[in-house]
Design a protein around this ligand. Structure first.
Ligand code: UDP
Ligand code: MG
Length: 308
């Protein structure tokens, strides 16, 4: 019998775990597969680890990897994908925003021969105007900037066949934007639409700072265009300044009205200073990431594997 692994990253989800386990079990017990639920506890500081321990002793389908600290959603997913043994691996959040009831649709498309089944969030019921707008703008931007195509409303709710998981495992970069990496893999891909309900319990673990960092990881990992833009902007402004210089020399030596001109000077200094800083900032984003990658540190450390 074929085996399906369900990978679930967990960070302070104590009030969601039992409900999630109940609902996914309801779904999977009707499926003609062996299955295992692989929780990855991403350094939770609440009772999540205790509950995972209990679930693992009550249900032989459950196992858990406890990471040594909080590494972030993408690393927790990576740990799950590295260790899951199924012929297909499904990744999904543990807060029921990736409804367990959608899983059968992923499985049917897998049976039809698709090696990757991605999902697209049509709407998030509790997302505000700001989150929807920034998300839509971001996906437009990243698709303009990079050659890989990333579905707007993409999420980390997906199914991957063993062949795709093994391919994915060869990508060991640290700045991970998994949905982008998956779309560079190729393979036969199908898509399922779903509506994300509000969180069952608890609050979102992403704040603005984490979202921004994640968004920049996505862009820098798949595009060098910002660097090129900094260069082109510099070039255009440099040429303009050259014209201005000729003008200044002309006024100084060939006309009687050499103006004090402090306004233009101040403005151009400020302007050029600003452009310089933007350029250096963009460089910094890339160099910082090179530095992180070059250290080749382990992506995550596991402190315990629970399997009864
Ligand atoms: N998560 C994680 N590590 C983190 C942040 C989040 O493992 O540092 C997990 C979290 O427990 C949840 C999933 O990743 O299962 C998605 O997080 P969340 O629901 O907070 O994100 P949102 O749905 O608000 O984008
Ligand atoms: Mg969520």
């Amino acid at each position: 019998m074929k085996k399906v692994s369900i990978v679930v990253p967990v960070y302070n989800e104590e009030d969601n775990l039992r409900e999630f386990h109940k609902r996914i079990t309801e779904v999977m017990s009707k499926e003609p597969y062996e299955y295992s639920i692989v929780f990855v506890n991403d350094g939770s500081s609440d009772g999540s680890a205790v509950i995972l321990n209990e679930l693992a002793s009550e249900d032989k389908h459950v196992e858990a990897y406890l990471l040594s600290r909080n590494y972030g959603h993408q690393m927790a997913l990576t740990c799950g994908l590295d260790n899951a043994e199924g012929d297909a691996v499904i990744t999904m959040d543990g807060d029921m925003q990736h409804p367990p009831e959608v899983v059968p649709q992923l499985l049917r498309l897998w049976e039809e021969g698709n090696e990757i089944v991605i999902t697209k969030r049509l709407a998030t019921e509790d997302a505000g105007f700001f989150k929807n707008l920034t998300s839509a703008t971001y996906y437009k931007l990243i698709n303009i900037l990079s050659k890989v195509e990333i579905t707007p409303g993409g999420s980390d709710f997906r199914l991957m066949d063993r062949i795709a998981v093994d391919a994915f495992k060869q990508y060991r970069e640290r700045a991970r934007f998994i949905r982008g990496l998956v779309s560079t893999l190729g393979f036969k891909v199908a898509k399922v639409d779903f509506v994300a309900p509000p969180r069952f319990a608890g609050t979102s673990k992403f704040n603005l700072r984490k979202m921004l960092h994640f968004a920049l990881d996505g862009i820098t990992a798949f595009s060098n265009l910002p660097l090129r833009w900094a260069f082109y902007t510099g070039l255009v402004i440099g040429l303009c300044s050259l014209g201005l210089l000729c003008h200044v020399v002309y006024v100084r030596y060939f006309t009687p009205d050499a103006v004090p001109g402090w306004a233009t000077t101040t403005v151009s200094i400020l302007f050029l200073g600003g452009i310089n800083l933007i350029g250096i900032g963009i460089l910094g984003e890339y160099i910082g990431r090179i530095f992180e990658e070059i250290k080749h540190r382990p992506l995550y450390l596991v402190s315990r594997h629970i399997k009864k």
